[in-house]
Design a protein around this ligand. Sequence first.
Ligand code: NAD
Length: 317
Amino acid sequence: MSRELRRVVVTGGAGFLGSHLCDRLVGDGVEVVCLDNLLTGDPANLLHLQGNPAFRFLRCDVTDFVHVPGKVDAVLHFASPASPIDYLKLPIETLKVGSLGTLHSLGLAMEKGARFVLASTSEVYGDPQVHPQPETYWGHVNPVGPRGVYDEAKRFSEALVTAYRTSRSVDTGIVRIFNTYGPRMRPDDGRAIPTFMRQALAGAPVTVAGDGSQTRSICYVDDLVTGIVALAGSDFPGPVNIGNPDEMSVLELARRIIDLTASTSDVEFIDRPVDDPGVRRPDTAVAQRELGWEPRVSWHDGLARTADWFVKELAAA
Ligand code: NAD
């Protein structure tokens, strides 16, 4: 079934993904209320929407309480630190937004009779022993390792969402997002693509963790947003993987970014972070079947668009 979305709440809307989601929704004629405490987000991501009558920003911490007056058709819960640098620096905040923040956001959806969508992550699969990862795989996560604060917060969120679906009849959807990239990533957020872009554009060594043979599958942000909007407009509970199955090694990714930016940088190998996943590739059969979704932007086009943005961003900094 597809539903009409007239007014949508986006938590974490000042962040990388949330701001692109706000853009798409407003562009589609949807009224958007963005809730964000600016913990890792940036108001500059929303500057172009300020003054638009279809958009409202409310600065609030969703772990305290969530209140939005008026009718709401969907609550899209994207608030959470997401890059390893952020969640390692903010472990308690990450666990709180995954637990209390999800609880309060679900409460809002229940009060309004709205659809609820959780931004979960491929990190629920941990360092996977099944490859590629289908939604039926339960994962391989170390709860007491450094990444446990993020991975377990998201696994708890998924359980909480499921409980609200089964025992409170809230209409919910869970999306497991695989590595997504594009404009508005922070150059210093520690994730591979912004780090490699920043280093390559400065002609500095491009730092690859380990021997770079670990793999990632990278999805351009526009494709991801299309998948989220499709899930929000459906009644599919998920979980559903949204990601681009075009897998590459991290070393290959570094070399592609060096080539694309016509950089003179060399690759430098550095220590691999603890519990860094060895492989990552979504099985996207469920997304194709249930949402008619598949990625359209190639790594080449996506990285080129992202590089253009980083050139401008770094020049303005
Ligand atoms: P981001 O850090 O850019 O955005 C997160 C936003 O949440 C920020 O604007 C931050 O200020 C806000 N926030 C954090 N705690 C909050 C709180 N307590 N109350 C209100 N706002 C709060 O990260 P992102 O990459 O845009 O990720 C967005 C969501 O998507 C996260 O839930 C993340 O786990 C999920 N996700 C992202 C990726 C990816 O590749 N980017 C992959 C998997 C999952």
